[in-house]
Design a protein around this ligand. Structure first.
Ligand code: NAP
Length: 306
């Protein structure tokens, strides 16, 4: 157990904030953890289950004296949070976040970072479809990547310290340019969520198939879409509002590929279908080979997902 920070403040105590808290407790990374969340109920639960040592109605009170402040709220809420805590940020402190979009975080939070505070946006590529303060668990980050997107000119020592923090939580860390992060995540995470939401909504709207049939026969692929589509609506609304260009770029490419498949189905072009499915299968094998999932037929699905 090595204390890395005297005081860490978590602003947002849902799945990601609570998982960071559990991980810090397990590894003894912080002497004190202070927390803030929007609702009194979440603050009460966070204190009750021991996620934090203190909770604060005002975010500025949580960050006072903190060496590390992590914004763990939906992307659309982070700018206002950064503005609210700006005056209380301690010189030399690190301000980071876990938002799924990075360009918008730099745009919305950057202007509120006072001189002497190290602003290092971050994104753990780990999650589940659960949310709230009881959803977190320390193992969430084990073996998962965390991407840091420091803006040019950031102190390398602060980046090294935050890297060591995420590694202590069990993650592997990559440093990436902000716009590149948003493009990569648009295809690996944001587009799949949009497709899942759309697939589930389409099935729910069908008039010729009853809702009970959709549920009864859900094993054939649909069930995995429903798991993704169960993700927090606020979080995902904010992702699509804040990563518009990259998502539209990937959606355009996706639509072109879909048209190729549609044509192949219409014309009975088995070769095109077979070749595309074979290429896709190779990607799945690559993910398993990289240790980002297992080949087990996990019909019940474990808690962690990539
Ligand atoms: P979550 O479980 O829904 O928790 C969100 C937390 O933020 C809650 O504690 C909520 O408080 C708080 N919050 C919301 N609006 C706020 C505001 N205006 N001021 C202060 N606190 C506010 O969400 P999550 O899954 O932990 O996601 C948090 C962040 O992590 C998001 O930016 C998301 O993009 C990112 N992320 C999520 C995943 C994932 O798979 N879930 C993965 C990687 C990154 P209340 O409970 O009081 O409403």
């Amino acid at each position: 157990m090595t204390v890395m920070f005297e005081k860490v403040a978590l602003l947002g105590l849902g799945l990601i904030g609570s998982s960071i808290a559990h991980g810090m407790r397990e590894q003894g990374l912080a002497k004190t953890i202070a927390g803030h969340a929007k609702s009194a109920e979440t603050r009460r639960v966070a204190l009750e289950i021991g996620l934090v040592d203190s909770v604060h109605e005002m975010p500025a009170d949580a960050v006072a004296g903190a060496d590390l402040v992590i914004l763990c709220a939906p992307v659309g809420a982070c700018g206002a949070l950064a503005a609210a805590v700006s005056v209380q940020l301690k010189p030399g402190a690190i301000l980071s976040d876990v938002g799924s979009v990075k360009g918008a975080i730099v745009r919305d939070c950057g202007p509120h970072v006072p001189p002497g505070v190290h602003f290092i946006p971050g994104h753990p590529i780990a999650g589940t479809e659960q949310s709230g303060p009881r959803a977190g668990f320390a193992e969430l980050f084990h073996g998962r990547w965390c991407i840091l997107t420091p803006v040019p000119g950031t102190d390398p020592a602060a980046v090294a310290k935050l890297t060591a923090f995420w590694e202590a939580l069990g993650s592997m860390v990559d440093v990436m340019e902000v716009a590149h992060h948003d493009l990569v995540l648009a295809i690996t995470s944001h587009l799949p969520h949009l497709i899942a939401y759309n697939t589930v909504a389409t099935a729910a709207d069908l008039e010729t198939v009853t809702n009970s049939e959709v549920i009864k026969y859900s094993a054939s692929g649909f069930r995995d879409f429903t798991r993704i589509a169960a993700s927090d609506p606020t979080m995902w609304r904010d992702v699509f509002l804040n990563n518009k260009e990259a998502v539209l770029e990937m959606l355009g490419r996706f639509t072109e590929e879909l048209a190729v498949l549609q044509r192949a189905v219409r014309w009975g072009d088995g070769e095109t279908l077979f070749n595309l499915f074979t290429r896709a299968r190779e990607v799945r094998r690559g993910i398993i080979a990289a240790g980002q999932d297992t080949a087990a037929p996990d019909f019940g699905r474990g808690r962690a997902k990539t």
